[in-house]
Design a protein. Sequence first.
Length: 459
Amino acid sequence: MHENMSSLLAGVQELASNWFASLDKRPVPASASADGLRQVLGGPLPREGTDPEALVRILGSAGMKGTVASTGPRYFGFVVGGNLPASLAADWLVSAWDQNAGIYILSPLVSVIEEITGAWLRELAGLRPTMSFGFVTGGHMANFTALASARHGVLRNAGWDVEADGLYGAPPVEVVVGEEAHYTISTSLRFLGLGANRVRRIPTDPQGRMSVPHLAEVLRGIKGPCIVCAQAGNVNTGAFDSLSEIADCAKASGAWLHVDGAFGLWAAVSPERAALLRGIELADSVATDAHKWLNVPYDCGITFCADESIHRSAMSLPAPYIVATGNQRDPHEFVPEESRRARSVPVYAAVRSLGRKGLADLVERCCRHARRFAEALGGAGFEVLNEVVLNQVLVSFGTAEQTQRTIAAIQEDGTCWCAGTVWKGRTAMRISVCNWSTAEADVEQSIEAMLRAASKHAR
Ligand SMILES: *Cc1c(COP(=O)(O)O)cnc(C)c1O
């Protein structure tokens, strides 16, 4: 063991604590330029080693300037989420333990924690208790893994073993997606040989919800293997596809129903919002993130599948040296990776530290903050482009140029951070509230900064 392990870790603890203490006061964007960071961190490949304590000080000081306060309370860009204290602490233990979460015999602890956590999440999300699950790196890989299961399932029904025989000569698989499907659905389809563009795109309504009559009509024309991809939580508007109606259409035509619920799935824990997910229990596969709205550190997503044998067939990697461990669960059988991090542990910590009630509070609080943003900006005369059903708000500050200039001024100001987007052809600023630590005062302070910028650039 490193002779000064304990002083090394104490030093890290101090650096991390100082960094956390700065989060609330510092401007949200990074203060260092890329060149500044290269100067501090780069140079020629070191010939001699650096003492770990000195190294940690270099990283700690670069981290003060080069990081974005995206885990802080006033970051509303993209859809990111923060770091619950219990999850961060658990993540430190995960690094210390350095367990290989692939198979039970390599870490009984992690295998059992994953089994418990997956079951808890299934229940929280209102999924069927028989669904199998796997912990992957994020929403993208959760979609990929689920769609690999879907590909296996629909082709098996057509008498074809895609894992053994590949796609050459296989019955064609039709994939139907909403016009507003997240782009990681397209990249996943690409990886799976199903083609990003070989899909039928269903038009969506002004909120981004798939048109069910169009879907029904398209499905009536499809006879062979078919996968339908629906969405719970649009990344711009937060809107939900009508899952129960879509599930009825998919079942009637024998199609596989996949639901991308990267952040929206967690609306299920809120009694006020759970109705948005009506029908989710009918999905054949579901993808979600833990590192967004569940507020655990990167990287963590979860994939669920209604049929465990299909899920295993699509993912498992038989190898002669992997001995069967009786009834114990080998986590690698449900994910693309073999050796991997114990990423279920911070999720276990999130669920255990907050409980169902605390998670519901987290979700409801974020939704309330989003409503407040919409009311304040709408009240000041700016157009809110979406129905604020969840944690996402789209606001226009006038013309595309006025909106872009206002966003740039808000980013420059540094009190909070939001990015631009284009929604149905309109340039907008997107506000995503998904951090556990965002308080009412943060929202008010951010609204002031937004209105200050808008008063200069939007009129
Ligand atoms: C973020 C997101 C993804 C991708 O998730 P990653 O964790 O970034 O890989 C997929 N779908 C939706 C709806 C998302 O919001």
